[in-house]
Design a protein around this ligand. Structure first.
Ligand SMILES: Cc1cc2nc3c(=O)[nH]c(=O)nc-3n(C[C@H](O)[C@H](O)[C@H](O)COP(=O)(O)O)c2cc1C
Length: 175
């Protein structure tokens, strides 16, 4: 795994994605990052850029990057696309073929392996409509790591916690 594209969506666990970037860098992996607008509520572009060594893309409305069809280049570039944390929203949008922002457009355009690392409230995770979306994505070849069970930021307990960064790396190398 030489090139990883990390898509960070807008969940409370977005801070864990910073540690994930650090671990990939330590392993010598090239890592480029894309954040959704919601993710920018939880993390800053500066921390992502300093850790990854690459500029963070957040929008399709970037004429300099998109003059060369930057979103397609990003979709082609990695060996694997990891969405961590993956919100209920981004998972459901991709399962339904939506491409409403840069992150979703890349996920629609890539032919590389996609790995979702879900993170959300237990009721969202257990929602029947949402579980159908997960099945659709699994059937079309996407991989899911986690979630794990435990205490959540909202005070509830159950499935929905984002897998720990070390565990994500370990799981990626297990088929
Ligand atoms: C404080 C806060 C925490 C949130 N945490 C999560 C979360 O852990 N998982 C999730 O699926 N949505 C969470 N949301 C809701 C998402 O931010 C929201 O659905 C958003 O539209 C996701 O957009 P994105 O998928 O484009 O990043 C949270 C919202 C707020 C305000």
């Amino acid at each position: 795994m030489d090139r990883v594209l990390l898509i960070i969506s807008g969940g409370i666990a977005a801070y864990k994605s910073l540690e994930l970037i650090r671990l990939f860098k330590k392993m010598g992996t090239q890592i480029k990052c894309v954040a959704t607008q919601s993710a920018l509520t939880f993390i800053t572009p500066a921390s992502v850029e300093y850790l990854s060594g690459n500029s963070l893309r957040t929008s399709l409305e970037d004429r300099d990057q998109e003059m060369q069809m930057g979103h397609i280049e990003l979709a082609r570039w990695p060996d694997v696309v990891i969405v961590a944390p993956a919100t209920a929203n981004i998972i459901s949008c991709v399962a339904n073929g939506l491409a409403m922002d840069l992150a979703q457009t890349i996920l629609m355009a890539t032919t590389q392996q996609i790995v979702f690392v879900p993170s959300m409230n237990v009721r969202m995770w257990e929602n029947k409509l949402f579980q159908k979306n997960i099945e659709v994505l699994k059937k079309s070849g996407s991989r899911f790591l986690g979630p794990t069970e435990g205490e959540m930021a909202c005070g509830e307990y159950g499935m929905g916690r984002m897998m720990a960064p070390q565990q994500i790396i370990k799981s990626l190398f297990q088929k």
